[in-house]
Design a protein around this ligand. Structure first.
Ligand code: COA
Length: 160
């Protein structure tokens, strides 16, 4: 296998089928792109098939218009035993002006699995730069916060 690749950027045009009744790209379409980029990033790091375990902290900062050039950037910011925490950012621009603006960001956790769907271990990512260390520390802090949010969310269970 090649050296693990920590980050990836998908680039494509927003097409008419991605647009909602208001003429902007569906939030669901953006989430699908995010999931695709997270998968490609996790597969590139682990060299394995991966599944999505968690997606959160998604913020839609600005709408995306049909015909925009979209960039979905993903990078590993923390690795556990089998999980990869991936920070994602979506930027878009008119392909004629190329003035990019951030439209969405979030965190996705992907887990590497074997042929039977069981989790498997992945290469460790060790932060080196100050920026990487800060993001790694933030990912650890978010893990604690997610535990608390998970407990609070139980009140909203609908069919259990
Ligand atoms: C994700 C999955 C493989 C985890 O398997 P599991 O046997 O339950 O294993 P664990 O609970 O030990 O979790 C494995 C890792 O994922 C992490 N993880 C699992 N669920 C998580 C969640 N909701 N949030 C954050 N991390 C999570 C664990 O912390 C653990 O990390 P580590 O190995 O780095 O310490 C399993 O729950 C699964 O297959 N879920 C469905 C995935 C899916 O269908 N996704 C959508 C389509 S791809």
């Amino acid at each position: 296998m090649n050296k693990p690749q920590r980050d990836i950027t998908l680039r494509f045009l927003a097409e008419p089928q991605d647009v909602n009744f208001g003429g902007k790209v569906h939030g669901g379409a953006v989430m699908k792109w995010i999931d695709l980029a997270a998968y490609a990033c996790a597969a590139g790091w682990s060299g394995r098939y991966c599944v999505t375990a968690y997606a959160g902290g998604i913020k839609f900062v600005a709408p995306i218009h049909v015909g925009s050039l979209v960039e979905v950037s993903a990078k590993v910011v923390y690795t556990g035993t089998s999980s990869m925490h991936i920070a994602l950012e979506v930027n878009a621009c008119d392909p004629k002006s190329l003035i990019r603006r951030k439209t969405t960001h979030c965190i996705v956790i992907m887990v590497a699995v074997d042929e039977t769907g069981q989790k498997i271990s992945i290469p460790d990512w060790v932060p080196e730069t100050e920026a990487d260390k800060e993001q790694h520390a933030a990912a650890v802090k978010l893990m604690e916060m997610r535990k608390q949010i998970g407990n609070e969310m139980e009140i909203f269970a609908i069919n259990t």
